[in-house]
Design a protein around this ligand. Structure first.
Ligand code: IVH
Length: 806
């Protein structure tokens, strides 16, 4: 038996030490598995010898059988409250410390002019509890209750990992009553709410409520599953050891006994000034703390001085709570608008009845997106909790549904339903929220991709809200690369409506740029309220900077096609996609008319990207914008086609990618064969399968087929080899070898012509060679071509091939 007793003792001590290292010191010394094994051993021993279970056994941490109710506990030393000091920050954001200075003066008067040391510590936003230890073992834990009588929550408190079940150290007090706060860390709160929501259970409004709800569980096994934390902030009774003389020494002692302290967030100062500076520092740090605090508590550090000062009614004269502004407040949603961001993101915003929260008056709060708004079910007229923590944008946290305005006009519903036998439940006065379908700024459709929470205005450059961003992108290094035109200047040009479209950049002149600068300077002067001293006639301003900008703009007029396409800011078209488009189509004319099913065949372009491109070019406003650019002399260079459509957009592929016609590539190939591999038959043949005829009977779908047909028939004919840079179907992708001296063409020129038409020139003849162009004194290469049966051309035939038009 003594063996079992000893083993239980040893396991209990060891496991308690490991738990302390893990939870309080945050420095585990053994792996979890080791802990678990020992824990199970202890559980088994206790199960067979329940009378040997120690009062500090770690197995208490998992909770026990539910209680019928909580017993009352009378506090031997009452749990008092603190006087508060709170004055909202001044308009300029500085703090008003007058109440704190008054406190300091009262204290010094109470101490007959002596200068007390102060300690400042967090005011935890949780629940006060009192923990009684006898001979080092936790025997009772109670809530504050009314201050004189609380509830016995011992079983629940025993489940909190950061509360020692047995105090640490060799010389333990016979009795100690520890006061402190039970709270839930922000991260644990978020995880709990997520878990609750996922399981259809009620969520908690804030960490404080979650902590209270968890601590006041009759079933301590539930408490054990909620992660609660405890910070000690004082000692109410102490017997059997020498008492500390300062509050700071009390805290240090509590720490020795195994309690956690808010490390780094409390400090002793020789006078009130340091205290106030620390308070300001903590107010900035507050949003980043892992737990919620609603202010700082300032206490006279010396316990002797505390005693001299004593109490008034139920609060100490030696302490004060310097509150922070509340981070949450109630107000009413006047209406819900949407805001369009610089990237086109559309965000619902609640316009609020002004409310003071987080130290400022708030009139707008973000609702994040449509999904969030619907999940929280925020509607016009609702009373809501608004939160502003630190400098974070104010947000609507939740609706107080009990206060939702309901339809009271019964005459309407009676008229609607004359034969209704029972009166229907009152309905909300305002409907569920939906995003508008069109952008409030430019009236373009608002779109949301399935996988995304954020909705966007599809207007791009057509939308005032997105213009500056669009022009900045247009001018950026990887796009049109306009040297000398900075982000700030673009913002000014767009902000002053001097640039509305890309083409406007190319119409800028020195006077306009000067005008822009003057306006910007005037605005800045108005903001800083500095007066302009003007004496005598205006000196002509230097214009070098403006000339530089104009030179940069001018130099950007002949971009590579890929850069130009990237610059347009088409959604989903990054540099890589722009390059692919350029390589596949060669000219802007082709790209801007390419039908969606063909776009969707290109490498790396999926249906979403293809739709986005087609949608962009389907808007007449966007086409007009491109025409304007061409009109002001921006001419993207045509380039050779290195990804010929014929190679990528085989019929089975583009048929497979037709919108809303679900068909595999294999079946698409069969359909193409049925149609005699002829697009006109595909469009008109009455003998084709019914589902196909059904699909193509839709006018929009017919239009797509015609567009594909027209495009494919035009694609090759658009290539004109005399127009250097364009490709030629007979040459594109083919390999040439040049040998001997041609009558008129230089070798380099011939090579350039092949490349311009999309072909390749190689130095040696192989089976992969398509043509050998032979001139005077052609040698071994010509011989090899003849043995391999490769077509040999003379200069005239070569030129004819280059001008070939199909
Ligand atoms: S000392 C006699 N220190 O504030 C004064 N209280 O209004 C005893 N609180 O119910 C309290 N953090 O729950 C003290 N660092 C702290 C505190 C703190 C939070 C709470 C406590 C109490 C209330 C007093």
């Amino acid at each position: 038996m003594t063996q079992t007793t000893d083993r239980i003792r040893a396991l209990t001590d060891l496991l308690n030490r490991y738990a302390y290292e893990y939870y309080t010191l945050d420095a585990p010394t053994v792996p979890d598995s080791e802990y678990d094994t020992l824990f199970r051993e202890l559980e088994a021993l206790e199960a067979s010898h329940p009378e040997l279970r120690l009062p500090e056994s770690p197995t208490l941490r998992v909770g026990g059988a539910p209680l019928e109710g909580f017993d009352s506990v009378r506090h031997v030393v009452p749990m008092l409250s603190l006087n508060n000091a709170f004055s909202p920050p001044n308009e300029d954001g500085t703090f008003d410390h007058s109440e704190m200075l008054a406190f300091d003066e009262r204290v010094r008067n109470g101490l007959s002019g002596a200068q007390p040391e102060y300690i400042i510590e967090p005011k935890f936003d949780g629940l006060a509890v009192s923990l009684l230890y006898q001979n080092g073992v936790l025997v009772q834990a109670a809530t504050r209750g009314d201050g004189s009588t609380g509830e016995d929550v011992t079983r629940n408190i025993q489940t909190i990992a950061s509360i020692p079940l047995k105090l640490h150290g060799d010389t333990l007090p016979e009795l100690i009553e520890v006061r402190g706060e039970v709270l839930m860390l922000k991260a644990d709160f978020a995880a709990l709410n997520e878990h609750q929501a996922a399981n259809g259970q009620k969520t908690f409004a804030n960490p404080r409520n979650a902590a209270a709800g968890s601590l006041r569980q009759l079933d301590s096994r539930v408490t054990a599953k909620r992660r609660l934390h405890f910070f000690a902030y004082g000692i109410a009774r102490l017997e059997g050891v020498k008492a500390p003389q300062q509050h700071s020494a009390e805290l240090a002692y509590l720490n020795q006994l195994g309690f956690s302290l808010p490390e780094g967030n409390y400090r002793v100062f020789p006078d009130i000034h340091g205290v106030l500076a620390f308070y300001e520092k903590m107010s900035k740090k507050r949003p980043d703390l892992p737990y919620e605090i609603d202010g700082m508590v300032i206490k006279v550090n010396s316990l002797a001085q505390q005693e001299t000062l004593g109490f008034v009614s139920r609060a100490p004269r030696w302490a004060i709570a310097h509150k922070f502004p509340a981070e949450e407040a109630l107000t009413v949603v006047v209406t819900i608008d949407v805001q369009v961001g610089r990237t086109g993101a559309v965000t619902p915003v609640a316009r609020l009845q002004p409310v003071f929260v987080g130290g400022v008056t708030v009139t707008n709060a973000t609702l994040h997106n449509e999904g969030e708004t619907q999940r929280k079910d925020v509607r016009k007229g609702d009373t809501v909790v608004v939160r502003r923590a630190g400098d974070v944008i104010p947000e609507v946290v939740r609706v107080v549904f009990e206060r939702r305005p309901m339809q009271t006009d019964t005459t309407v519903s009676a008229a609607d339903d004359l034969f209704a036998e029972t009166v229907a439940d009152p309905q909300p006065l305002y409907p569920r929220y939906h995003l508008p379908e069109r952008c409030p700024i430019c009236n373009s459709p608002i779109e949301r991709e399935e996988s995304e929470a954020v909705a966007r205005c599809s207007g791009g450059m057509l939308c005032q809200a997105q213009r500056a961003q669009g022009v900045i992108h247009f001018a950026s290094r990887k796009a049109m690369d306009i040297d000398g035109l900075g982000q700030k200047q673009i913002e000014q040009l767009v902000g002053q409506d001097l640039v509305k479209h890309f083409a406007d950049l190319y119409r800028l002149d020195i006077p306009t740029l000067q005008q822009m600068k003057e306006n910007a300077d005037a605005e800045e002067a108005a903001e800083t309220e500095t007066e302009k001293v003007s004496d005598g006639p205006k000196k002509p301003l230097p214009t070098k900077w403006a000339e530089n900008i104009l030179a940069g703009i001018e130099a950007s007029k002949h971009p590579e096609l890929a850069r130009f396409l990237f610059a347009l800011g088409i959604r989903h078209v990054g540099e890589r996609t722009a390059k692919i488009l350029a390589q596949a189509f060669g000219t802007l004319e082709s790209v801007r008319h390419a039908p969606e099913p063909l776009l969707a065949c290109l490498p790396d372009i999926g249906s979403v990207v293809a739709r986005s491109i087609a949608h962009f070019f389907a808007q007449p406003e966007q086409q007009a914008m491109i025409d304007e650019l061409l009109a002001v002399g921006v001419v993207p260079q045509a380039q050779k086609i290195s990804l010929p459509l014929a190679q990528y957009a085989e019929p089975k592929k583009w048929i497979n990618r037709l919108p809303e016609f679900k068909i595999s590539e294999t079946k698409a190939a069969a359909l193409w064969d049925l149609a005699g591999q002829n697009i006109d038959n595909l469009i008109n043949d009455q003998a084709l399968p019914a589902d196909w005829q059904q699909w193509r009977s839709q006018p929009a779908n017919r239009a797509i087929l015609h567009a594909v047909k027209d495009f494919l028939s035009r694609m090759p004919s658009e290539t004109d080899p005399t127009d250097s840079g364009d490709t030629n179907a007979a040459v594109a992708g083919k390999t040439f070898v040049l040998t001997g001296t041609l009558p008129t063409l230089k070798r380099d020129d011939a090579q350039a012509m092949v490349e311009a038409a999309g072909g390749k020139v190689s130095g040696s003849v192989s089976k992969k060679t398509d043509y050998v162009v032979a001139g005077e004194a052609a040698g071994s290469k010509l011989e090899k071509a003849l043995t391999l049966g490769i077509t040999v051309l003379d200069e005239a035939q070569f030129l004819a091939l280059l001008s070939h038009k199909s």
